[in-house]
Design a protein around this ligand. Structure first.
Ligand SMILES: Nc1nc2c(ncn2[C@@H]2O[C@H](COP(=O)(O)OP(=O)(O)O)[C@@H](O)[C@H]2O)c(=O)[nH]1
Ligand SMILES: [Mg+2]
Length: 322
């Protein structure tokens, strides 16, 4: 067993607590879908005009045109069958449809304990929250008693290496880093060797999000993947793409790019506490069907939790209302 001391880190967040925070923080911006829907339904009859407005609200919340059309198609059929008697029934139906789309992506990250190390490669554009996500994930894994190592594969800026170092200290994780400008492949190769030698359970490898060009970045990420596979042919066991929800439809485009270039096995959607219209999570689920592993709701380690389709749909549709 690893020599981790669970007491040294913050306890894992209870699902209830994370759900509460999700409801309170999601969609605080002006275009809150929950508020819009509530306003829309007030004293209104459920008719064709209402459906058209609801459609506009969902698209406005970044749910995406395709997913929105699918949802509305279903709602109109339910209305024809007289299943939507009032606003509450309509709200419930929207929640159900959103949950159904999101459910395809509800698949938590399972760390296989026998891997030693289980290797997670973290990718995404600059500022999306990669390094912060590594810190949050390390906190969670340490609380579960795992031995964790962080690899400073973002060698583009010295500050990125220092930032990872702070998280390593804070979470009492091992750190493998070289100086700025070093070859990220070499850093990750070192980390793989060292993690094996030291019986590390989980290796979290950070990467750069911006290089001279997007093509250059993808080539580098492919190279890092090859280096990892050279040490352990089954690794990386997870390629985690971090997306900033505030990027809206652009986040979806990034996801498609990264997925096509390097093959993504899981997503983390961050900054849902900002002005993001959380509907982008639905659009991403509908389009990519890649498991959404975690959500980020802030900068602290506790602002992080697993993705729950029904909870997310409820937070989106009902907001902070109890
Ligand atoms: N509000 C908020 N800020 C976040 C979240 N995740 C990361 N950040 C902040 O976003 C900025 C960029 O994060 P960082 O992890 O350095 O991104 P990286 O460039 O992808 O490694 C930092 O100021 C983080 O504190 C989140 O879920 N919510
Ligand atoms: Mg970083």
């Amino acid at each position: 067993m690893p020599d981790a001391n669970p007491q040294a880190t913050a306890p894992a967040d209870a699902p209830q607590g994370f759900f509460g925070r999700l409801r309170a923080r999601l969609n605080r911006g002006g275009g809150s879908l929950a508020r819009e829907i509530r306003g829309l339904l007030q004293g209104r009859r459920i008719d064709a005009g209402l459906f058209e407005e609801l459609e506009a609200r969902l698209i406005g919340a970044d749910v995406g045109v395709t997913a929105t059309h699918e949802i509305l198609e279903e709602l109109r059929q339910q209305a024809e069958r007289h299943e939507l008697a009032d606003a509450d029934a309509l709200l419930a139906a929207v929640r159900t449809r959103l949950t159904a789309i999101l459910k395809t992506c509800e698949k938590p990250l399972a760390i296989e304990r026998g891997r030693q190390p289980f290797v997670v490669l973290i990718v995404g554009v600059n500022g999306s929250g990669k390094t912060t996500t590594i810190g949050k994930l390390a906190t969670q894994l340490r609380a579960q008693g795992m031995k964790v190592m962080l690899a400073a594969g973002d060698t583009f800026r010295a500050a990125a290496i220092e930032q990872l170092g702070v998280w390593a200290q804070r979470t009492d994780s091992l750190l493998v880093a070289q100086s700025a400008g070093a070859d990220p492949g070499a850093v990750v190769f070192d980390a793989m060797q060292s993690a094996r030698a030291r019986g590390v359970d989980v290796l979290l490898a950070d990467t750069a999000g911006r290089l001279h060009s997007q093509a250059h970045l993808m080539e580098e990420l492919k190279k890092i993947k090859r280096v990892i596979a050279r040490v352990d042919a089954t690794a990386p066991h997870e390629v985690l793409l971090v997306l900033d929800a505030n990027q809206g439809q652009n986040a979806l485009a990034q996801a498609e790019q990264f997925h096509a270039a390097i093959g993504v096995t899981g997503l983390v959607i961050t900054k849902l506490d900002g002005t993001a219209r959380g509907g982008i999570v639905v659009a991403i689920a509908r389009k990519l069907k890649v498991p959404i592993r975690f959500l980020g709701l802030g900068e602290q380690s506790e602002d992080f939790g697993s993705f729950d389709a029904a909870a997310f749909a409820t937070a989106l549709v009902d907001g902070a209302r109890t």
